[in-house]
Design a protein around this ligand. Sequence first.
Ligand code: PRX
Length: 702
Amino acid sequence: MANAPEKKEMTEVSEAQIAVHWREEEYFNPPQKFIAQANMPDSKILERFGLDKFPDCFKEYADMVSWFEPYHTVLDTSNAPFWKWFTGGKINASYNCVDRHLAKYRNKAAIIFVGEPENEDPVAITYQELYYRVNEVAAMLRDYVGLKAGDRVTFHLPMTPELPITMLACARLGVIHSEVFGGFSGQACGTRIQDSGSHVLVTIDSYWRAGTLVDHKANADIAVQTAEEMGQHVDKVLVWQRYPGKYGSKTPMVEGRDFFMNDLLKKYQGKKVDPVPMDSTAPLFLMYTSGTTGKPKGIQHSTGGYLAYVTGTAKYIQDIHPEDTYWCMADIGWITGHSYIVYGPLSLAATSVVYEGTPTYPDAGRPWRIAERLGVNILHTAPTSIRMLRKLGPDEPAKYNYHFKHMTTVGEPIEPDVWRWYYHTVGKDEAVIVDTWWQTENGGFLCTTTPAVHQMKPGSAGPGAPGIHPVILDEDGEEVPAGSGKAGNICIRNPWPGIMQTIWGDPDRYVRTYYARYNKNPKSTDWRDWPYMAGDGAVQAADKYYRILGRIDDVINVAGHRLGTKEIESACLTVPEVAEAAVVPVADELRGRVPEIYIALKPGIQASPEIVAKVVKANEDIIGKIARPKHVYIVPDMPKTRSGKIMRRVLASISNQRDVGDVTTLANPTVVEEIRVMVQGKDAVAQMGEVPEDIAKFGQNE
Ligand code: PRX
């Protein structure tokens, strides 16, 4: 039970009380027009994917992708919980997302790139053009850089077409890509380079964000240096250019290490590379995500199982047809973008929009202008963006002539009120909505309605996706019945093809984090003995719909993305004046949750605004702007138990204006009241701790 969350962090106790008081929301029916054209209008799908049909039901998804050699076993559990899907099969993800569409869709747009500056026209890349570009990049990576199947390559790329192109070029060779979100700092990128053992970094000189051309290449130098200090040497930094031929960074190129992609590619024009037939179980990519300890986890995804799962769910849950123009506003630097901007939609021959900038730049009408201009009919975004767009432009959608048939929300719980604005105002009462609950580790959707089959209920993710059989377990591993109003840990009874393979380089942590909690027999090779623990609290209503309450561990979900409290606290402790740091999530109108930091200083050091600024900067440098705290409070001492543990629960209550409860047993109970007055009473020190709220300008995708 190494990973059993400590009692002090079990937020579901209080969340459960909230849950019981939630009122039941009314249902919405999927529009008839949607049902008439849906890929999956048949409610028999649920029987077909019943637990009694597991695992063979997932052949239906495997049949949606093209195999070089057929698989012989659907699911191999011999080394549980390291699941192997579709073993014996040979497959290539690049072939599936590009080559196989050429016969029918060669001249159809695969990607439409929309740059942030509105005076730059969108650029459509056809499947033929994508084929050409992916091949030349693959040829260059193979023949010039010397990359081969199984090697890892780190990308630190923003939202331009070069990102999916380089991903697909790697996939063509069986090279494992590891994309680090472009908004993360150079240091964060460097630690991920080191963990993955990459010798090559792919980056870009610059990109547009909220009206600024960001100098991004500067991060590459920091990343390489960080990796070097950690013992990982980077031989080559490959630099795309936002405007080919024009270098948009002030940082000099390092002789012998840095190369412009566009220069290198000249020698590979028109070169073709046969897609390498990969084992179904060969890793396709790594995606780092925060965990309970300081070190991010390299989540390893497979080729065959992952591709089949994202293709199947993009088809049935997002209802993507080749004729659709689909826009997911997430960043490809997160799992949502990997699965539902690149691999899922392209595997289905859809047109996938890649938008470079913030959704609210230059104003909150921008997304609706893009939708109107490109004829987007499927939209995918997160509650944090929806809240922001509602706040800044509640009446904007009505001004534009677009029509969505389908809309997705993902990443955090959506408030019913925000859901209704999405439905009525953004969707104009015409679009079906799916609220999809899942995680980096899962590859694709876990809980969601099947859009033409189920009714929608605002604020609820819905039942399990086809073939996903969730269960809520309590502390003792007992099932919490539907409709009981009680919260517990949401788990999945069965594996599925999109589930991660392991944590890169740390298989023990994989077992400990996701499976050890409810496994009774570590030697078992029966999947029934290995429920997957997601790390979220949830309640299940009588209608079997799940409502997700949030994390039960030390992870803060900021604007739909995960930050480990330990990561933030470690960053604070790099400031020499800081003796102790504690981070808690605080509710935020726009971003859902944001970190709030409490620090205690070393003896003899006076509190000052400079120290607050240093703490903020340390977080931005080490993690990225996403980790910018709402406030930094310098406190005389941390509330502690007699054994010396910092009581984050008490601090979280103070930050969220909740009752702190009984603190008499603490080692230093009087400090609690001092801190409460400081935070809630907004005295002079608290004011000093205010952090400007300009992160809003940085955008919602972070
Ligand atoms: O707490 C859940 C929340 O986001 C976490 C996963 O974050 P990440 O791995 O970054 O992946 C985000 C996108 C797949 C989950 O543990 N979460 C995700 N989707 C929802 C959600 N919470 C409520 N409702 C959702 N639809």
